[in-house]
Design a binder for this molecule. Structure first.
Ligand code: MG
Length: 158
């Protein structure tokens, strides 16, 4: 078995909604990003790549590559899972994650995020944890200037 961790941040801008964990959340923000800016999936991808020592998301899918403009992050996740499979028949065991966002509240969307990630990863719902927290108004995230995510993952050889 191997363990990995991933972290991601994106700047928030005025908009009509954000995508977190593959779930569209209507709100007064959008995410400034080359892709759909899904911080949770980006952190998850980095955790998976890190567990297998396969580099990071930016190395696999550079911002400069027009093929990845506005791409759904679930597609990136699928490609990362394929890379792990090819590199060592690695497959995910379980995921724990935390999204940092001042508002809107994420609690009502967490079941849908867990379901989306469990399906994408090919694991059971009880192997995917998504938590949410605020910074209580502290710093840039507390001023709703950005959104962050932290993720830990365990992988094993298939
Ligand atoms: Mg990102």
């Amino acid at each position: 078995m191997r363990i990995g961790q991933g972290v991601d941040f994106h700047r928030l801008i005025p908009g009509e909604g954000i995508t977190v964990g593959g779930v569209e959340i209507p709100c007064e923000f959008g995410v400034e990003a080359h892709s759909d800016g899904d911080v949770l999936i980006h952190a998850l991808c980095d955790a998976l790549l890190g567990a297998a020592a396969l580099g990071d998301l930016g190395g696999h899918f550079p911002d400069s590559d027009e093929r990845y403009r506005d791409v759904a992050s679930t597609r990136l996740l699928n490609e990362v899972l394929r890379a792990l499979q090819n590199a060592g028949t690695w497959k995910p065991v379980n995921v724990d994650s935390t999204v940092v966002l001042e508002r809107p509240k994420l609690a009502e969307h967490i079941p849908a995020m867990r379901a989306h990630l469990a399906e994408a990863l090919g694991v059971g719902l009880d192997s995917v944890s998504v938590k949410a927290t605020r910074t209580e108004g502290l710093g840039a995230l507390g001023r709703s200037e950005g959104i962050g995510a932290f993720c830990s993952v365990l992988i094993e050889r298939g």
